[in-house]
Design a protein around this ligand. Sequence first.
Ligand code: FAD
Length: 547
Amino acid sequence: VDRDPPFFKLLNALKDNARSSPKGASVVYWMRMEDLRISDNRALAQASALAQKDNVPLVVLFVLSPQDYIAHDRSARRIDFTLRNLHEIKSSLAEHHVPLCTTSHTPRISIPSHVLSLLKEWGATQLFANIEHEVDELRRDIKLCELAKKEGIDCSFVHDKCIVPPGDILTKEGKAYSVYSPFLRSWIKHLSLKKEDIHLTHAPTLADNAFSIRDHSTFGRLFEVPVPEEVEGFTLQPDEKERMRFCWPAGEDAARQILDRFVHTMARGSQLGAVNPLPENAKAPRNSAKDSRLGKYKAARDKVDADTTSRLSPYLAAGVISARQCIRATTEFSSGKIDVSSETGIGRWVQEIAWRDFYTHVLALFPRVSMGRPFQEKFANIKWEAETHKDHLQAWKDGRTGVPIVDAGMRQARAMGWMHNRLRMIVAMYLVKDLMIDWRLGEKYFMEILIDGDLASNNGGWQWSASTGVDPAPYFRIFNPYIQSQKADPTGDFIRHFVPELANVRGPEIHNPSPKLADKLGYPRPRVDHNEARQRAIRRYKSPGQE
Ligand code: FAD
């Protein structure tokens, strides 16, 4: 599949499909799970411009696909976040007299026919959508292109997720990058040449539907099609629903305010737990770029006992805000230029957005990584623990491994649907190298619980931690979770917040309580001895397939 990535097949299918169909009765923009916004949205802007030119209605379609959500281990939190954003989008679109029609379709194999029948019903000859990079989704879109071609309907799928589209930067040999540093150098060079990749919003995003279509017999009724409150099989308990709404409010305004808070204000005190960032925003004094969270990012980003990163990942993963909008927000401090220096807070943050691009390029161009294959095939036969597997995996999921920083991170994920990057690295490496449990099980659990689950970044992060991926942590460099804990949570506040059994422990013991203290507090003892586990991992990675 890597030799012939579906991504390139889609690009070819699109070339094949690109004709100029005669004007239809409407233009359709098919919104997907990764582009839940109106502003700075390429496919929507193009669809809107064409509808305006042709003076025909613009219709926005969203197809819920429960089978895909099961296949991709989507969390109920992510599905709920999708629906909440769709509600916001529906009312914003209606203000422009544009209907959002949400349908639900099973089986997923026939989604192309489902979409095609709607296009025919609405008399559309042009469909626009942003490209999704997962294999199943690419195959679905290739199928739709083929079917649409037979009906004389044009499909335009455009790049929108990344700052630099996959395939646009390649090595000198014309291959995809598998190491981040040269990728970053190419990424920077590309942006200095193609500034329009950042400055997209100068294009009109959404024009009003030229005339009122509410009375129209076909389109008028689409305004009445509701966005469902939930998708069967992905129901959240009421208290959890409430918590997710509090932590992660829906909508583009919320995303912009969170970005603004990160760029312009400083963390005050420790802001842990289920914190809704918005109320603070109104009160917080605005700092200079140097003193804001963004300005301090280089020094503070790896600390988990304070609220120092942007917390934008749920919004970026769902496309409620675009990566371009994030980068543009940083350029106001550097005379319009993009700062990518490793020495500044701004530069380091921009580099994180580049990591997001990198992993999406990897997914598009090495699709086997998303099909359960390690990027480094030499590690395909590592011997994973079978006997203790179920026990240890459950303890890890429950935040009861007996290693406080690991447990605090896992409990944060359960409480908030989000985890700090440093913690993701610590808990992932602990599962794979200390407990010797297959990284794919951790990858799956993250998708099931996180609100920001993104196949490319999640797979990239897991394969990095498991030393099996592109540009991974070398297999012999294994995190000592206790040392990591002292560095990431020097105050111990993070552990105390999320592990109430240890709430009253002061001093260094918070990172590694003695067996006596752990027993007294009803906190579990560690499942494995770190040094022994480390030796076992190195042995097994050195000779895959051996004990
Ligand atoms: P910030 O530090 O403010 O960074 C800004 C943005 O840059 C993030 O929102 C994200 O979009 C991007 N970014 C930052 N770090 C990375 C990274 N290492 N890789 C890719 N993109 C990055 N991120 C997800 O969005 N979804 C996932 O499912 C996901 N799973 C992960 C699993 C593992 C095992 C690891 C190690 C990392 C994973 N990440 C994932 C990457 C990273 O942990 C999160 O993006 C980050 O913690 C989100 O917090 P933030 O928005 O405050 O990030």
